[in-house]
Design a binder for this molecule. Sequence first.
Ligand SMILES: *[C@@H]1O[C@H](CO)[C@@H](O)[C@H](O)[C@H]1NC(C)=O
Ligand SMILES: *[C@@H]1O[C@H](CO)[C@@H](O)[C@H](O)[C@H]1NC(C)=O
Ligand SMILES: *[C@@H]1O[C@H](CO)[C@@H](O)[C@H](O)[C@H]1NC(C)=O
Length: 354
Amino acid sequence: MHNTTSDTRMKQEAQTLHRHHPRRFRTRFATAASIAKPTAYLILLLLCYTLGYLSAVPASSRNSTSPTTLKNPTNLLISTPTSITRPPPPLAPEDHHNFFGSVCAAQPVPPQLVRQTIIDRVFNGTSPWDNFPPPHISRLLHPTKLRGWGSTAPVFDHLIRKVQPKTIIEVGTFLGASALHMARLTRLAGLHEGTQIICVDDFRGWPGFQQEDRHRRWFKDFTMLNGDVTLLYQFMQNVVSANATHLVSFLPFSTGSALEKLCEWGIFGDLIEVDAGHDFHSAWSDINRAYKILSPGGGGVLFGHDYMTAADNRGVRRAVNLFARLHNLRVQVDGQHWVLLHPSKQQQPRLTRH
Ligand SMILES: *[C@@H]1O[C@H](CO)[C@@H](O)[C@H](O)[C@H]1NC(C)=O
Ligand SMILES: *[C@@H]1O[C@H](CO)[C@@H](O)[C@H](O)[C@H]1NC(C)=O
Ligand SMILES: *[C@@H]1O[C@H](CO)[C@@H](O)[C@H](O)[C@H]1NC(C)=O
């Protein structure tokens, strides 16, 4: 949503290119033809023959865009010349599943082992909370500094009481405001500290945030340390101050790489919140990857922030609607949040609708 102007400009430039090139070619051919018609025709004929011969695709590879080979992305790239004249058939939902992989094959890690699995796999066996904060960092931190977007919306309470999750995965954590709100709610819901909240974020904000007037206040309290905005450490300090380190794990990496690893390791979420990049490609990728790691037993719920504004229509909302259509899911709206439910779950208690 921050790139609208440059996107529009690029689109205009692209259209300009498309519009001008053919005209230039036509003009040149017209001039050549009027000067020496027979010669020009001969050259044109030879040129067409040579180009046609060079670009001819062997019969054996002509079918490379057929649905059976769509699963292999390499084929799709190689076959570009043929798809100019005959575009590949539109992707059916099955193709989409096959293409991107819709299931995580790993044996699910039992909920009580999820935290230790992350400590072993991500932190080489040493809890990141041990000896935190180190002296050179502690002087940069506030005891608590929480900010967020819709972090205490009613949807969290609705879903935690409904799903009674043992594992919650949050994609997009920032300073941990909503993660700590969820930690409080699991205590209130009487889940007896048996819930682990896994936070996925690269903890760096986004490039250029200091230059954005409307976002500057979010970062004004942070020190940049050799290019690192120290968001990770302030998030950790917030969790420490809330006495919630035993409830919270984190993967400080890009959402794409972290979610793929959770899938590979067999770490699934009963409740997954997607609230990271809001442009279409980020939202689409996060939703697809998050859906794969919804707990395989059924009853898991995928939800996320920002379904309501006009800007979301180009990004998050478009991705959510497209995903729901492909997977035959129903989108419920709860405040500013979207919730994806299986059609079979429609009989369960309704969430607030607006
Ligand atoms: C290409 O596909 C058509 C129709 O599916 C089939 O009849 C033909 O044998 C295929 N050709 C090759 C070279 O695979
Ligand atoms: C990871 O843990 C192993 C075993 O405790 C240790 O030998 C190794 O040095 C550790 N690696 C890093 C990068 O800390
Ligand atoms: C965290 O625990 C300490 C010591 O038990 C307590 O003084 C403090 O009020 C607790 N903070 C919160 C936010 O629960």
